[in-house]
Ligand binder design. Structure first.
Ligand SMILES: [Fe+2]
Length: 218
């Protein structure tokens, strides 16, 4: 019998949509499902993935829990941040990201490169506009959506205590052996609404402790 937990249903449903309208084949067809995916994800809470504050590592700034990933459709992971910790500015090239807070409060800061052709070759500085900051809490059903060409470069910080979120990425990194890049942000042109992104190595202050997923079987 198919697993009937909420997280299992959400993953199966999204998987089916991506199989039908793969974003790498047709973005317009996939994007007509974004509000449906967002609605589905909006109801996911920490109980649905058996997340507890005690899962947050005391020694690492960020705790990583892989819920699910495949090579074709999506990945879903929990990132749990100690008080004051953050995921440094990074991208998910050519991917869609859906962020659902399941614990505490998070602030998401994101940028959109002005010249989209530079998105996959960020070894040169890239000019970017800043998107409005987004605050997510575990008491709201809000979901932050990152598009391939809008808000894709982002950082996520825990505000006023530890925080945790589920990161749904479509398609997953394994598809096309994709990988993310890290950036420093230069705000010298911020008076014009433009910032400059410089690709940097992954900051040494950012590292994860990996903890096994203990939620419902998928
Ligand atoms: Fe991210």
């Amino acid at each position: 019998m198919a697993n009937s937990s909420k997280i299992s249903k959400v993953l199966r449903f999204v998987q089916q949509l991506v199989k039908t309208d793969n974003p790498l084949i047709s973005r317009p067809e996939f994007e007509q499902h974004i509000s449906q995916i967002t609605h589905l994800i909006s109801s996911v809470q920490k109980e649905d993935v058996n997340f507890h504050a005690s899962s947050i590592s005391k020694r690492a700034p960020v705790t990583f829990i892989n819920i699910y990933d495949d090579e074709l459709t999506l990945s879903a992971s929990i990132f749990a941040l100690q008080d004051g910790s953050f995921l440094p500015t990074h991208d998910h090239p050519h991917m869609y990201g859906f962020i659902k807070c399941i614990y505490g409060t998070l602030k998401i800061t994101s940028y959109s490169p002005v010249n989209q052709s530079s998105v996959s070759s960020q070894s040169i500085p890239t000019s970017a506009s800043k998107e409005p900051d987004v605050y997510l809490t575990d008491t709201s059903q809000d979901v932050a959506v990152l598009m391939p060409d809008k808000g894709n470069v982002h950082s996520i910080a825990a505000i006023d205590g530890p925080g945790a979120f589920i990161d749904f990425l479509i398609p997953p990194y394994a598809f096309r052996d994709n990988c993310c890049h890290y950036f420093s942000v230069d705000g010298n042109d911020s008076s014009k609404g433009l910032y400059t992104l410089h690709e940097v190595d992954c900051p040494s202050s950012y590292w994860c402790a990996t903890v096994p997923y203990t939620g419902p079987q998928l």
